[in-house]
Design a protein around this ligand. Structure first.
Ligand code: GLN
Length: 307
């Protein structure tokens, strides 16, 4: 394995090129000068970590990977594919514009906010468990991290500043795409964004995806092979929003970002990778995190288009 401390040093200055998310007050308080990584080598069952790898941070949009997988497990891939597309928007993740311009009733993909809210709305209360309780349990399972909890400060922040998400949800309801209660669907979405994870939790999530849906730590299948393949493909094409093409070329590994500064990457049959660095680029992706992932991808030869 490569020397991760050296890699972190090499990417450290990139932090100054970004800014922490300020539109969610709970995230604006986070120290930008953090960079951590956890690598899970699935093929050789080896793990290594460096930097701020044990710091807990808000999962934010990385949770969209988990709710997509959970919805596919509960409802089947065909039902989910009827709700969201697999196309890029060319617009920021929270825009309502693309839906107006394309005149689509359903969101163009599962990783923009409208798509993710719609996916969360599909999860129904079951056995007395709210949609969010089910998502939290599933997150703990697929991240192999029983300590993941909801951070109330972040959740309250999301509630206070979530008017764009509210407008997206009501838009979807008005168009007939969202069939459940808007308030419950939004509450599930705000809560799922407020779960606290570490680089290790995200590396474990990436490892399950890289390992075709089987948890490498106990050999048990958590998600179907079809769900893993579908989700990795959508991560590759839309996981980094309107910069997905840029990083498809530079990194070549299915990756999903969150405005908390988290990244999950899944290099098929090789690695699950979790990265954290809270300073973001204009699209809401971790700047130093992506620089580090690019370095790791080149060093370990991970691009799915080359190796
Ligand atoms: N909670 C954030 C939002 O809805 C998540 C966005 C993100 O991480 N890209 O705006």
């Amino acid at each position: 394995m490569m020397n991760l401390n050296d890699a972190i040093q090499e990417c450290w200055d990139k932090i100054d090129e970004g800014q922490v998310a300020t539109y969610i007050p709970g995230l604006a308080k986070v120290d930008p000068y953090q960079l951590g990584v956890y690598l899970f080598d699935v093929a050789n069952d080896k793990r290594c970590q460096a930097g701020a790898s044990r710091v807990r941070f808000a999962i934010e949009s990385v949770s969209k990977v988990i709710t997509l997988l959970y919805a596919i497990e509960r409802l089947g891939l065909t039902a989910v594919e009827a709700q969201v597309g697999t196309r890029q928007t060319g617009f920021p993740f929270d825009t309502i514009l693309n839906m107006e311009i394309t005149k689509e009733t359903h969101p163009l993909n599962a990783f923009i906010n409208s798509g993710a809210i719609l996916i969360s709305s599909l999860i129904e209360e079951e056995d007395g468990q709210s949609p969010f309780e089910q998502i939290l349990n599933f997150t703990r399972e697929i991240c192999n991290d029983p300590e993941i909890t909801l951070e109330n400060g972040i959740y309250q922040s999301e509630l206070r500043t979530g008017d764009m998400n509210r407008s997206l949800a009501y838009y979807l309801k008005a168009k007939g795409a969202l069939n459940n209660d808007v308030t419950t669907s939004l509450d599930t979405y705000f809560k799922q964004c407020s779960m606290m994870v570490t680089c290790e939790s995200l590396a474990n999530l990436g490892a399950v995806l890289a390992n075709d849906g089987i948890a490498p730590w106990n050999g048990e299948r958590i998600i179907s092979s079809a769900a893993a393949t579908y989700t990795k493909s959508v991560m590759m094409t839309t996981g980094l929003y309107n910069e997905s093409g840029t990083y498809s070329v530079k990194i070549g590994v299915p990756t999903k970002s969150g405005v908390g500064g988290g990244l999950v990457a899944a290099a098929p049959n090789h690695y699950g990778i979790g990265i954290f660095s809270p300073a973001l680029d204009h699209a809401g992706n971790s700047v130093a995190g992506l620089a580090l992932l690019e370095l790791i991808s080149k060093e370990l030869k991970l691009s799915i288009f080359k190796y």
